[in-house]
Ligand binder design. Structure first.
Ligand code: DP6
Length: 320
């Protein structure tokens, strides 16, 4: 009845932005991501017949605002006739600031809940259940380079290359630590309703994904860099063109982009991507990692940098 699971966030190189079915949280587009290793969320969960309701703590503090989403996810994994659960989540990085904390949280939650309830869902089913809670969470079930295919009625997720095949590194430049002003769910719905660029975004996604998939399979960094930056900037263009506009960047985000451009001009193997928040994620060849981190640390407005290689999918841990 008790289980502990760990998952790491993932960073999309070809982005999920938009929903084909809001109620079932089905993505409108396919996406491709890398799963990290050194940032993590650990989820301890216990179903307890004595409890009168679900209880959630995040980093040691009661988190009633997130409880409804967590309870719904537990219903999907363990059934609505389940016992109530005590859930404790700990992360070693800032939450709700565009660092994909909901991805690692829901990926760890479904793995822990499945084990504690003895539900016996396979990994693909757990990815779908995590994705129903937060689309990007489905990808954190898998290791290395992960592709999510968005079908009309369900998603398929798989690892297309493991961490050892191409050991890229990620440097995250943290430029603000507060929660984001607009949730990604709300921002996606607004983008679809109001952005004149949304339909082109949908049309071009398959071509971007094909290029990125080829680049991963060929370990072609320049090809991956070009398509990933293009895809990221298109996603933000969709948001900027929405009404009211959705702008997640701050001045330091742009300063970080200039830092990456200067590193590229000096011949370093690095590119950037930015999600629904002001943090910049630099993806680099292993030999460039040190220079990238040093340059981002020096960039005006950067609060701190985090560094990670590529890692494993969500998994059970031994309870402490
Ligand atoms: C910009 O997975 O947080 O990070 O399904 O509404 O919970 P919901 O959205 P979420 O959105 C992630 C958006 C993104 C791009 C990506 O990770 O692919």
């Amino acid at each position: 009845m008790q289980a502990v699971a760990q998952a790491q966030p993932n960073i999309a190189l070809i982005k999920y932005w938009g929903k084909r079915d809001v109620d079932r949280n089905l993505p409108a587009v396919d996406s491709l991501s890398v799963t990290l290793d050194s940032l993590w969320t650990r989820m301890s969960l216990e179903f307890d017949g004595q409890l009168q309701h679900d209880a959630l703590e995040v980093n040691g503090v009661a988190a009633p605002a997130m409880l409804q989403r967590v309870s719904h996810c537990l219903d999907l994994v363990a059934g609505t006739d389940r016992a109530f659960a005590r859930v404790e989540s700990k992360s070693n990085f800032p939450i709700a600031a565009g660092l994909a904390s909901s991805a690692s949280a829901f990926a760890a939650l479904v793995v822990a809940a499945d084990d504690a309830a003895g539900s016996g869902h396979g990994k693909s089913a757990l990815a779908r259940l995590a994705g129903a809670a937060s689309g990007s969470a489905a990808r954190s079930l898998f290791a290395g380079f992960v592709e999510l295919t968005a079908g009309d009625t369900r998603i398929e997720v798989c690892s297309i290359s493991d961490c050892a095949s191409w050991p890229l590194e990620i440097v995250v430049a943290v430029t603000a630590e507060g929660p984001k002003p607009v949730s990604s769910t709300e921002a996606m719905i607004r983008s679809a309703r109001t952005s004149p660029f949304y339909s082109s975004w949908l049309e071009q996604q398959a071509a971007d994904l094909q290029i990125a998939r080829d680049a991963v399979q060929q370990n072609d960094f320049a090809k991956l860099a070009a398509v990933a930056e293009h895809n990221c900037l298109k996603m933000h263009s969709v948001m900027w063109g929405s009404r009211p506009p959705i702008v997640y960047w701050n001045q330091a985000t742009i300063a970080c982009m200039e830092t990456i451009r200067a590193l590229q001009a000096d011949g370093h193997g690095v590119f950037f991507t930015i999600d629904a928040g002001p943090q910049l994620k630099a993806v680099c060849l292993p030999e460039a990692g040190g220079a990238v981190r040093a340059a981002l640390d020096q960039t005006s407005g950067v609060l701190k940098t985090l560094h990670s290689g590529l890692g494993q999918g969500a998994r059970l841990l031994e309870p402490e």
